[in-house]
Write a protein that binds this ligand. Structure first.
Ligand code: FMN
Length: 183
């Protein structure tokens, strides 16, 4: 199954989308299959705790999450948290996150919000027993532009996140790629 890359910024000039594209390229270079989802192309209703979960785009994204070997979330930091687009997606899709390996990379305005992802990391762990990759990227405006990653340190951290994401996801895969031939 593919690794799902969720680009969660709705900004056409997004910098976290550049991180998402970089992650996809790194996963493919490492022999992994990816599916890239740009949330701008999948408009979602705001979760109302009721019928919105039946929205066609929400259901299609839920299927992509279920049918993935791991999910990498690339998102903006807003108000010392991840953007509401991420939280809304999780609220709309709920249980499909169960047991998923999840990596998180963020674009930020500065360096003060380096714990912004912890709220969703905690809720994904507690609600859905997700395995959160314990490496993160927070790239500010001097480190990633809407065109490319500028900073060597951000590239190094992207490599670290993706390498660990693949290691954990492959180790936990039901049919481990490392498994020998069956008897
Ligand atoms: C409404 C809003 C709130 C923001 N709040 C923060 C913040 O709390 N901390 C921070 O580091 N950057 C903050 N920023 C800056 C964004 O994180 C930055 O613009 C980032 O590039 C957004 O991601 P994107 O380019 O992928 O859309 C905020 C930006 C906006 C528009």
């Amino acid at each position: 199954m593919p690794y799902l890359i969720l680009s969660c910024s709705l900004n056409p000039e997004s910098r976290s989308r550049v991180l998402a594209r970089d992650a996809a390229a790194r996963i493919e270079d490492a022999g992994g299959e990816t599916e890239f989802v740009d949330l701008r192309e999948h408009p979602l209703p705001l979760c109302d705790g009721g019928m919105t979960t039946l929205d066609a785009n929400a259901q299609s994204l839920a299927r992509k999450i279920v049918e993935s070997d791991g999910v990498l979330i690339a998102c903006p930091v807003y108000n010392f948290n991840v953007s509401s687009s991420v939280k809304n997606l999780i609220e709309l899709t709920g249980n499909v996150w169960h047991d998923k390996v999840v990596a998180i990379v963020c674009a930020t305005g500065g360096d003060a919000s380096y714990m912004a992802h912890m709220g969703i990391a905690n809720s994904l762990m507690l609600d859905f027993r997700c395995v959160i990759v314990p490496r993160f990227v927070h790239a500010n405006e001097t480190e990633v532009t809407p065109e490319r990653i500028v900073s060597a340190e951000t590239k190094r951290r992207m490599d670290e996140v993706v390498t660990l994401f693949l290691r954990i996801a492959r180790a936990l895969s039901p049919v481990s790629e490392n498994a020998g031939p069956s008897a």
